[in-house]
Design a binder for this molecule. Structure first.
Ligand SMILES: Cc1cc2nc3c(=O)[nH]c(=O)nc-3n(C[C@H](O)[C@H](O)[C@H](O)COP(=O)(O)O)c2cc1C
Length: 192
């Protein structure tokens, strides 16, 4: 248990450009997805699902993103289009967390969406615990209906984010402890 606390105390995101292969093995991926599905879920509604992008699938997703981008930004430069093509190309594994809510008498959509967020965070934590870098990102293409259609989401599904996962390739011990400032508990905690 101490290990879990130590991990959670120092966990931080790793940028996709600081990651490369190898990604998680098939068994590790199954572990990550299983932990992603083990989250609080009021009413057992399973209001989330996961899409795995590995290998060539990352480039195919990039083509979808770039095509929508080109259609909506006809004056964009080839360099800008290339950025869009490469959106999922840095980390060897990207897991999209898809959120969808169902009408329920006791479980409002807000709770169901929070559960999808919990799934995304569990995926980040599981990948980190396995020794990989992980980062939860969105971007314009995570909200664009045409991109989401192209990635196979149904009309009533939303994207909670893309979790990029890979081996950390930049990082010395000093870099590893570099961190963003964290909120001071005195600013965010009150007692009632
Ligand atoms: C829903 C969601 C979407 C996010 N999208 C982005 C993003 O598109 N770009 C970005 O730089 N950080 C994004 N972040 C923030 C990163 O995931 C991460 O929190 C940040 O880089 C700091 O990392 P750490 O606090 O996990 O160390 C997002 C976070 C959440 C919860």
């Amino acid at each position: 248990m101490t290990d879990a606390i130590e991990l959670l105390k120092i966990r931080r995101s790793v940028k996709p450009r600081e990651m490369s292969g190898p990604g998680p093995s098939p068994a590790e991926l199954e572990t990550i997805l299983t932990i992603g599905a083990r989250v609080p879920d009021h009413g057992k509604l399973t209001p989330w699902r996961f899409i795995v992008f590995e290998g060539d699938a990352r480039a195919r997703a990039g083509e979808v993103i770039a095509q929508v981008f080109a259609r909506k930004n006809p004056s964009a430069s080839p360099a800008e289009a290339d950025v869009e093509k490469r959106r999922l190309m840095d980390a060897p594994l990207v897991i999209a967390v898809v959120s969808f809510t169902k009408p329920h008498p006791k479980v409002p959509p807000w709770e169901q969406e929070l559960s999808a967020g919990a799934s995304a965070m569990n995926i980040v934590t599981a990948a980190t615990a396995l020794g990989y870098g992980a980062c939860w990102l969105t971007g314009w293409f995570a909200f664009d209906r045409d991109v989401l259609d192209g990635l196979g989401l149904k009309a009533d599904e939303k994207l909670a984010g893309f979790i990029h996962i890979g081996t950390i390739h930049i990082g010395t011990p000093s870099k590893a402890i570099e961190d963003r400032p964290r909120p001071d508990l005195t600013d965010i905690v009150t007692r009632f």
